[in-house]
Design a protein around this ligand. Structure first.
Ligand SMILES: Cc1cc2nc3c(=O)[nH]c(=O)nc-3n(C[C@H](O)[C@H](O)[C@H](O)COP(=O)(O)O)c2cc1C
Length: 192
């Protein structure tokens, strides 16, 4: 069976997003390992801020598009730019909307695997990974031990990711997500 992998780009930059570029490489790695892949670019959803309202049906359709795609996925790849030493507000807001999965069975991201990517202008993207890790743990996801932190120097001036080691690590992250998402999905399907 082919696992379903959703990539979420947490940069709202209109053109030339390096985070989007990195995420596409990781998703290709997942597809090459046999996964069905989809990319959710948050700038196309134009989500409102999550506000914990009781009448969730009053949120716009973009919110339910996000929630439905996450529900569909066996595994997620979250890619965020480094913003002031942590994840982007757009990514955190999207993750907060996963509260709408709290009454699912299983709830939130339980039984889903997550791979993490951060893209920095400088060198220090590990705190962005750790911030996403904490949020994913609170959402009960299984986070892959290996994540990919990308420094600004990995990109050429035209925005192309030129570092072959990082390209290989992104592809490996994609194939690992496909591998472990398949195991979890099989278990769900057979009930074992
Ligand atoms: C508001 C803002 C805050 C940023 N803060 C950091 C930071 O703390 N450390 C860092 O290395 N880069 C920082 N950057 C640079 C971005 O992480 C970098 O440009 C990244 O490539 C953006 O990804 P994108 O091209 O997908 O939008 C910041 C950029 C912006 C716009």
């Amino acid at each position: 069976m082919s696992p379903k992998i959703l990539g979420i780009n947490g940069s709202l930059r209109r053109t030339g997003s390096r985070t989007l570029h990195a995420l596409e490489i990781a998703l290709r790695g997942a597809a090459d390992a046999g996964a069905q892949t989809e990319l959710l670019d948050l700038k196309q959803l134009d989500l409102p801020f999550y506000d914990d309202r009781p009448d969730v049906q009053s949120y716009p359709p973009s919110v339910f598009a996000l929630v439905e795609r996450v529900r569909w996925a066996d595994g997620l790849i979250l890619a965020s730019p480094v913003y002031h030493g942590t994840l982007s507000g757009a990514m955190k807001n999207a993750l907060d909307f996963l509260e709408l999965l709290s009454n699912d069975q299983p709830p939130w991201l339980e039984n889903k695997v997550v791979g993490l990517i951060s893209v920095a202008g400088g060198n220090s993207g590990i705190n962005t990974i750790n911030s996403m890790l904490h949020t994913c743990r609170a959402l009960r996801a299984w986070v892959l031990p290996a994540s990919v932190v990308i420094p600004g120097t990995a990109f050429a001036d035209d925005g192309h990711l030129q570092d072959p080691n990082i390209r290989a690590r992104l592809a490996k992250l994609g194939s690992e997500i496909a591998k472990y998402a398949r195991l979890f999905a099989e278990e769900r399907r057979t009930g074992r």
